[in-house]
Design a protein around this ligand. Structure first.
Ligand code: XMP
Length: 614
C-alpha cells in the first residue's frame, strides 16, 4: 500500500484516483501522520501531495521530518517536493517566479522517474515557490527554463517533481507515476477489481459476524451494488434488503430493481408506500405543513419525504422483529464522500473515517463500498452480474420526481415582476440577431431558500448556429437580474410574451404521471443516441406553465455536463446534443404525453443555477 500524505490540495484526491487506476492500493492520510504510524501500518511507499502553503510560513502544515529518513521510497509532488528538499537540508525560493499552466519540462533521461520518455514533456505547473538549492545528495533531473522541475536522490529513493503528474494536462503523468510505483518502489499493481472484491467480502464477513444486515435499496447504482455484494458475502438468509416506493420513482424503476436483484438471488422486500407519503405532513416551527400531495414548498416536500422514509423503514424493521443491536445497516457511501470529509480535516487530529462509523436507530453502520469511486462501483456491479441499464443509471435524487415537479397553486407575481420582465426583454434586445422573445414565467425555482423567477426565451429563427451566443446570454442574465437564476429555451414555435397564468400543480397522480412519461421518453432517446454515459445527469422537470394552452404544463430538460457534480454546464445542442435528437424528443413528448404544451431546454450553468430546479 501507498500512503498519500495530503498537504492540503485538492490534487490529493486526484492522486488517489490515479494510483487506483494503476491498480495500486493507497490511502489518503493527513500530512502530519507520523513516521511511526506509517511504519506500523506497513506502507511500502509515500507520495507527498501538493498544497497551497510555503515551507517557511508560520502556518505551514505540520509534518514529521522523520518520514524522509524511514528508507521508504517517496515521491514529493509540488509542495511535497519543496518540503522534501527543505527537510533534507536544501533551500526553497519564495514566490519569485510564479508559473501556472502547461509548460515544457526538460528531463534527464537517465533518471528512473523519466525512463521511457523523450527529453522533454508537457506538464501542468502551478506554483509560486520553487526549489533553489537541492539538498545534499540530490541532483536536478528536470528543468522548466530556470526553474527546478524535478530532483532525485536515487540512493535513498527520494524523488520530487514540481509539476502535477496526476492531472490529464501532464501528458506523461501516468508513465511518471508508473515509473515511481513499479520501477522505484517495485510495487506489483495487483490491486485489481477481483482482489478488491474478495477483500471487501472478507471485511464484511469479519465485521458482521453472525448478525443480520439491513440494506435500503433505492433503485440507484450504489445501493443495488451494495446489496449484491452483501448477498455474495453473507448469503440471502441474513440479508434484509428493503425497497420503499414513495410514489416518486421513475418509470418501472421499483419493479426493475426488484427484478434485477431477484435474478441474482437477492430477495427484496418491496413496499408500496405511495399512500403513506402522499398523506404525510411535517412540522416546522410549530406549524404543520399541508399533506405532501398538496404541499408546494420544496424544503417542506424534502422534509416530509425524509421523515416519512425513516418512519416507514422503522415500522418495517419492527414488524420483522429486529432490534437495532442485532442489525448492521449497510450504506452505499463511496470513497469520494469519505475523502471529502477527510481532506477538510487534514490538519486536525480527527480520524474522520472512524467517526463515520456511528450507531443509528436502525443499527450499526457498515459501508462496504467505501473504497470505491463511482466508476469502480459500476465495474463491480457488472462483475456481480447486475444488468447494464441499472449499473449505468444516472444519479437520481432521493426525493425523486417530487422535487422535479415544480409545484404552484397560483402565479408568483410580486411587485418586482413587471420591472424584471422589462429588464429581461431589454437584455434580449441587446442581441437583435437572435430574434428572441422573452417571458418571465410566474413560477419560482430555487433551492428552497433563494427563490427566483424562471425565464423563458424563444425565437422564430432556429438557433442552430447561435446556441453558443444564446448560452453566453444565459450566463449574463442572472448577473444583471438578481431575481432570475434559471433560463430555458423553449423549443419549436416562438412563444407569446409573458404568460401570466399557471396550471395549478401539486404532487398529484396526473402531474406525476405526465413527468414520469416524459422522463421515460428522455431516457429512451438518450439510450438510443448513446448519450446516457457522456451526459452526467439529465433531470427532466415538470413546470406549471401552459404558454396559453389552458390546463397544460410544460417539460424542462436539463442536459447537464459535470465531472465533480459541484459545478457544471449545460450540454450544447449541435455539439453535445444532436439537433435531430432534440426534434425527436420534442415530437415524441408532445405526441405521447397528454397535457404537455411545450418542451424547454435548460441553458443555465452551475453556478449560479443548481442541477435540480428546487
Ligand atoms: P444540485 O441541485 O444541488 O444537486 O446541483 C447536486 C447533486 O445532488 C443531487 N440532489 C439530491 N440528492 N436528495 C438526494 O439524494 C436531494 O434532496 C437532492 N437534491 C439534489 C442532484 O441530483 C445532483 O446529482
Amino acid at each position: 500500500r501507498v500512503a498519500i500524505l495530503d498537504a492540503g490540495a485538492q490534487y490529493g484526491k486526484v492522486i488517489d484516483r490515479r494510483l487506483r487506476e494503476l491498480k495500486v492500493e493507497c490511502e489518503l492520510l493527513p500530512l502530519h501522520t507520523s513516521a511511526e504510524d506509517l511504519r506500523r501500518d506497513g506502507y511500502a511507499a509515500l507520495v507527498v501531495s501538493g498544497g497551497g502553503a510555503s515551507v517557511y510560513a508560520d502556518d505551514a502544515p505540520k509534518y514529521d521530518p522523520k518520514i524522509f529518513e524511514m528508507g521508504l521510497p517517496i515521491l514529493g509532488v509540488c509542495y511535497g517536493m519543496q518540503l522534501m528538499n527543505y527537510s533534507c537540508g536544501g533551500t526553497v525560493e519564495r514566490g519569485a517566479k510564479r508559473e501556472d499552466g502547461v509548460f515544457d519540462v526538460q528531463v534527464e533521461e537517465g533518471s528512473t522517474l523519466f525512463e521511457g520518455l523523450g527529453s522533454s514533456t508537457k506538464v501542468l505547473l502551478t506554483h509560486g515557490d520553487s526549489v533553489d538549492k537541492p539538498a545534499d545528495g540530490f541532483r536536478i533531473v528536470g528543468r522548466s527554463g530556470q526553474i527546478v522541475a524535478a530532483i532525485e536522490c536515487a540512493e535513498r529513493r527520494l524523488y520530487g517533481v514540481q509539476f502535477h503528474p496526476e492531472v490529464d494536462l501532464s501528458v506523461d503523468g501516468n508513465a511518471i507515476l508508473s515509473n515511481f510505483l513499479f520501477k522505484v518502489a517495485k510495487l506489483s499493481g495487483s490491486y485489481t477489481m477481483e482482489s478488491r472484491q474478495e477483500a471487501a467480502i472478507e471485511e464484511i464477513r469479519a465485521t458482521v459476524g453472525d448478525k443480520k444486515v439491513l440494506v435500503l435499496v433505492s433503485g440507484g447504482v450504489d445501493s443495488s451494488v451494495c446489496a449484491a455484494l452483501l448477498h455474495k458475502a453473507i448469503g440471502p438468509e441474513r440479508l434484509i434488503a428493503l425497497h420503499i416506493d414513495h410514489g416518486f420513482m421513475r418509470h418501472e424503476e421499483s419493479s426493475g430493481v426488484v427484478k434485477a436483484l431477484a435474478a441474482l438471488g437477492v430477495p427484496i422486500d418491496a413496499l408500496d408506500a405511495t399512500k403513506d407519503f402522499a398523506e404525510a405532513v411535517t412540522e416546522v416551527n410549530g406549524k404543520t405543513s399541508l399533506p405532501l400531495a398538496t404541499e408546494c414548498a420544496p424544503e417542506l416536500k424534502r422534509k416530509i419525504i425524509g421523515d416519512t422514509f425513516m418512519r416507514v423503514t422503522q415500522a418495517m424493521v419492527e414488524k420483522k422483529g429486529l432490534k437495532a443491536e442485532d442489525v448492521y445497516l449497510a450504506q452505499g457511501t463511496l470513497r469520494p464522500d469519505l475523502i471529502e470529509s477527510a481532506s477538510t480535516l487534514v490538519s486536525s487530529n480527527a480520524n474522520v473515517i472512524k467517526t463515520h462509523h456511528n450507531d443509528t436507530q436502525l443499527g450499526r453502520i457498515i459501508e462496504p463500498l467505501k473504497d470505491y469511486h463511482k466508476d469502480e462501483v459500476r465495474e463491480l456491479g457488472i462483475e456481480l452480474g447486475l444488468p447494464a441499464p441499472l449499473v449505468w443509471r444516472q444519479p437520481f435524487p432521493g426525493p425523486g420526481l417530487a422535487i422535479r415537479t415544480l409545484c404552484a397553486t397560483e402565479p408568483y407575481l410580486t411587485e418586482e415582476y413587471d420591472r424584471s420582465s422589462a429588464a429581461l426583454a431589454a437584455e434580449c434586445a441587446r442581441h437583435p440577431e437572435l430574434r428572441l422573445t422573452s417571458a418571465l414565467l410566474p413560477v419560482r425555482t430555487g433551492d428552497g431558500r433563494s427563490y427566483s423567477y424562471l425565464a423563458a426565451l424563444s425565437s422564430d429563427a432556429p438557433p442552430d448556429e447561435q446556441w453558443e451566443a444564446l448560452f453566453t446570454l444565459a450566463q449574463e442574465i442572472p448577473c444583471h437580474l438578481h431575481d432570475v437564476n434559471r433560463i430555458v429555451y423553449v423549443l419549436g414555435e416562438k412563444i407569446a410574451a409573458a404568460p401570466k397564468a399557471i396550471t395549478p400543480t401539486t404532487l398529484t397522480r396526473d402531474a406525476l404521471d405526465q413527468l414520469r412519461a416524459a422522463d421515460h421518453i428522455v431516457t429512451q432517446t438518450l439510450t438510443k443516441y448513446n448519450l446516457l454515459r457522456s451526459l452526467a445527469q439529465v433531470p427532466v422537470v415538470l413546470f406549471p406553465v401552459g404558454f396559453g394552452v389552458e390546463g397544460a404544463r410544460s417539460i424542462g430538460i436539463r442536459a447537464f455536463i459535470t465531472r465533480d457534480f459541484m459545478t457544471g454546464k449545460p450540454a450544447l445542442p449541435g455539439r453535445d446534443l444532436p439537433l435531430e435528437m432534440l426534434v425527436e424528443l420534442q415530437r415524441r413528448i408532445l405526441a405521447e404525453v397528454p397535457g404537455i404544451a411545450r418542451i424547454a431546454l435548460d441553458i443555465t450553468s452551475k453556478p449560479p443555477a443548481t442541477t435540480e430546479w428546487e
